[in-house]
Write a protein that binds this ligand. Structure first.
Ligand code: SAM
Ligand code: SF4
Length: 333
């Protein structure tokens, strides 16, 4: 296992397989004029596998595929199959908007994907269309069903909460843990990149985990700590005390109000081959040169170690610094 300068064990790599997406969520991508990487700049599948192999030898055991939307990249099931076979990789998961899951869930499970997180910010069809700018709520709901049927479990639903956009739905969304057994996590909106919602007053947009909790408990009763689900990561996980044992869990991911940098265990690989030590800092290490030509595992591992040692102790949002060079779809969330 590799430890960073602050004693954190780094065992998790998030891999953005594409910067393309079939949606244009208001907090993630601009509506028009998205700067996409050219085909040549995007890592080929064999290059992603080479990075994962090199990283696995350094103690990375968990991989999450993300994007952009990972399911829009052709051949994604083949990539899953190859990554699942890399020695040392114990957990292979994906974050997706779910719109294409009804088509792919069974094949992904068969290829070795363990589980999925599905992003869903509203239960209202018109609002879903407005937030994603082009999606259809029914597709994502069908994706959730397909993931459960295929055994990509526990399925976790990720909800970004934005004041004035969908914060009036936190109670109805939380109720889904009881009525439908959902495992839902509320994510504080983060001011990253050229996001349509980022203005000087971005702090007003953030609905903190504490505020959401108060609203949920006022309507649905107390939340009690629940055993963390597989891969709970930075989420703090609860259950509604009055719900039966079949109920799902409710988590909070609060990068802004109570950041969890002390236990950060991850690196990010962007679709164009940059290792990013911290989501909220623009510092990156380029792997593309080392990958093109005849890639050497030793050279890749030197760069991966360099990225691990470059992890900052914590992010600096509180001091007004934020990452601006990329939109979230390029980093992978
Ligand atoms: N397309 C996939 C999806 O939407 O799940 C994977 C990529 S997306 C960038 C990964 C996660 O980042 C999603 O759960 C999304 O809601 C979240 N995300 C994007 N922009 C965000 C922001 N500004 N603040 C908080 N979360 C954000
Ligand atoms: Fe696409 Fe996911 Fe970003 Fe929405 S959050 S625009 S689905 S990458």
């Amino acid at each position: 296992m590799t430890m960073d300068r602050y004693g954190r064990l780094i065992d998790y790599l998030r891999v953005s397989v594409t910067d393309r997406c079939n949606l244009r969520c208001i907090y993630c991508m601009p509506e028009e004029g998205v700067q996409l990487c050219s085909h040549d700049e995007i890592l080929r599948y064999e290059e992603i596998v080479a990075v994962v192999r090199a990283a696995a030898e350094l103690g990375i055991s968990k991989i999450r595929l993300t994007g952009g939307e990972p399911l829009v990249r052709l051949g994604i099931v083949d990539l899953v199959r190859e990554l699942a076979a890399v020695p040392g990789i114990e957990d292979l998961a994906m974050t997706t908007n779910g719109t294409l899951l009804a088509r792919y869930a069974a094949d992904l499970a068969e290829a070795g994907l363990r589980r999925v997180n599905i992003s869903l910010d509203t239960l209202q069809p018109a609002r879903f269309r407005a937030i994603t700018r082009r999606g259809d709520l029914r597709d994502t709901l069908a994706g959730i069903d397909a993931a459960n049927s295929a055994g990509l479990t526990p399925v976790k639903i990720n909800t970004v909460v934005m004041r004035g956009v969908n914060d009036d739905e936190v109670v109805s969304l939380a109720s889904k843990t009881v009525t439908d057994g959902w495992n839902l996590r509320f994510i504080e909106w983060m001011p990253v990149g050229g996001d349509a919602l980022v203005h000087d007053d971005w702090r007003e947009r953030v609905v903190t985990a504490a505020e959401i909790r108060v609203r949920v408990e006022a309507e649905l009763g107390p939340l009690v700590p629940a055993r963390d689900l597989v891969g709970a990561g930075p989420a703090r996980t609860f259950r509604l005390a009055d719900a039966g044992t079949a109920a799902g869990t409710l988590g909070f991911i609060s990068a802004i109000s109570e950041h969890f940098c002390d236990s950060c265990n991850r690196l990010r690989l962007t679709a164009n081959g940059k290792l990013r030590p911290c989501l909220l800092s623009d510092y990156e290490i380029d792997l593309l040169d080392a990958l093109r030509g005849s890639p050497e595992t030793g050279k890749l591992q030197d760069l991966i170690r360099q990225a691990i040692q470059a992890k900052p102790q914590g992010h600096r949002l509180a001091r007004g610094q934020r990452a601006q060079a990329r939109v979230m779809a390029q980093i992978g969330g």
